[in-house]
Design a protein around this ligand. Structure first.
Ligand code: ASP
Length: 422
């Protein structure tokens, strides 16, 4: 079996759904496990719906629910000639149940409720697409990821129970031999049967989980870019496609912030040596990128990863004591409590510098926790660039017109924290 994953952009209109259908019908005779995200920007809209519900702002709530319903209805009206098809009722019921939440008592656990609501985006998209494939005479089955992806109850960031998931998936597959199995990305369930989600952008990871449990031949992630690029076209002109890279390189790039694949996706694939293909749904016959075991091609092309809105903190013990294990662990503990995410760290005798993703609230909290014992200084609105397989020319290219505040080099990677001078 092969695993395919289609993200929100690949199913955002009726035309896009037809394109997915063409890709699936031209994929040969093999069984396909197809993981699909919510359509277009539905997950963001669903997040707005949960927030409006908890804010008790029913004007916004009603408007957002209506918008989402119309968005899905427009796609369905284009795909289904027969407006008596049962999918219309199914979708209508989902929105009616959503509206009914206004008159129900809200559970206190926001993250729990978030997962129960936001997950509807994937339920809607997969139901509509499976119904559409079925009227196109494809041999298709809709599978509910909430029955076979078992997780803990860490809502919004649930951890997968691999052993149980394997068992549940084997059971589901034993009685299902449709050629195309359609399921939701990003969703799981607790042992009590409540819906969980795996973290934003988690559908790639779902594809990885399914491939691991089914020993799939390969995974293909269909994107609106020609493959894995050496930089985000948003920041860079003249990006180059990385034709073939190793799992190790891909996991490094994802870790540094390359947004093309969810960072958790690689591990299950690497563990079973299952190749990952990144291909364009706009040009399905072109080669794309392949991520696999061999590291042979990794250093052929330098890759650039940009992160903006970085904060650089410099922390110095007030009593001028050395920055050593005891106070480092204290600082790191406080960093973790602040909700900040560490990108680069560096220390000298009496100072510890750290480049972070952190919001204002977290930053104030962190400074508050540190200021009794340490002198804390910071700069914000900085950029962090990571270059894999760098040379001086690539460094010069990204630092031109910028002031460098911190730099860290290893043999393969340079990371530079800088400020735009313009
Ligand atoms: N729909 C979810 C999100 O937008 C999961 C995904 O698409 O990967 O985060």
């Amino acid at each position: 079996m092969k695993v395919f994953k289609f993200g929100g952009a690949s199913v955002k209109t009726a035309k896009a759904v037809r394109n997915v259908k063409t890709i699936l019908s031209q994929s040969g005779q093999e069984q396909l496990f197809v993981v699909i995200s919510a359509m277009g920007k539905t997950t963001n809209a669903m997040e707005g719906i949960v927030k409006a519900l908890y804010d008790k702002n029913y004007t916004i709530f009603d408007r957002l629910v209506k918008d989402r319903k119309e968005f899905h209805l427009e796609i369905m009206l284009d795909l289904f000639e027969d407006q008596n098809h049962s999918i219309f009722n199914e979708v209508n019921d989902i929105f009616e149940n959503l509206l009914a939440l206004k008159s129900q008592r809200l559970v206190e656990n926001y993250n729990f409720q978030y997962d129960q609501i936001v997950s509807l985006g994937e339920i809607l998209s997969t139901k509509i697409i499976a119904a559409y494939l079925s009227i196109c005479d494809e041999n298709v089955a809709w599978m509910d990821a909430r029955t076979f992806i078992r997780t803990d109850d860490h809502y919004r960031q649930a951890e997968v129970d691999w052993v149980k998931t394997q068992e549940l998936l084997d059971f589901e597959l034993a009685s299902n031999n449709a050629r195309i199995l359609i399921t939701q990305g990003f969703l799981g369930h607790t042992k009590e049967g409540f819906t969980t989600t795996l973290g934003r952008e988690g559908s790639d990871f779902t594809a990885g989980i399914i491939a691991y449990c089914t020993n799939a031949e390969s995974v293909t992630i269909w994107k609106d870019v020609p493959g894995m690029l050496n930089a985000d076209p948003k920041w860079f002109e003249n990006t180059v496609k990385l034709d073939k890279i190793s799992f190790k390189e891909a996991i490094e790039l994802a870790y540094y912030g390359a947004s093309v694949i969810h960072p958790k996706t690689i591990k299950p694939l690497q563990n079973k040596n299952i190749p990952l293909l990144i291909k364009s749904f706009l040009d399905p016959n072109s080669e794309g990128s392949i991520i696999q075991d061999s590291t042979e091609h990794d250093d052929l092309i330098p890759s650039f990863i940009f992160k903006i809105n970085q904060v650089l903190l410099s922390i110095t013990p007030k009593d001028f004591s050395f920055v050593v294990e005891e106070n480092l662990s204290d600082i790191i503990k406080k960093l973790a409590l602040s909700g900040g995410h560490i990108n680069v760290m560096q220390n000298s005798a009496v100072s510890f510098s750290v480049c972070l993703d952190i919001d204002n609230f977290g930053l104030n909290r962190l400074v508050g926790m540190l200021q009794d014992e340490y002198e804390v200084r910071y700069n914000n609105n900085l950029e962090l660039v990571t270059i894999r397989h760098y040379d001086q020319a690539t460094i010069d290219r990204v630092t031109h017109g910028r002031e460098i505040l911190m730099e860290q080099k290893t043999r393969q990677t340079v990371r530079i924290v800088m400020r735009n001078l313009e």
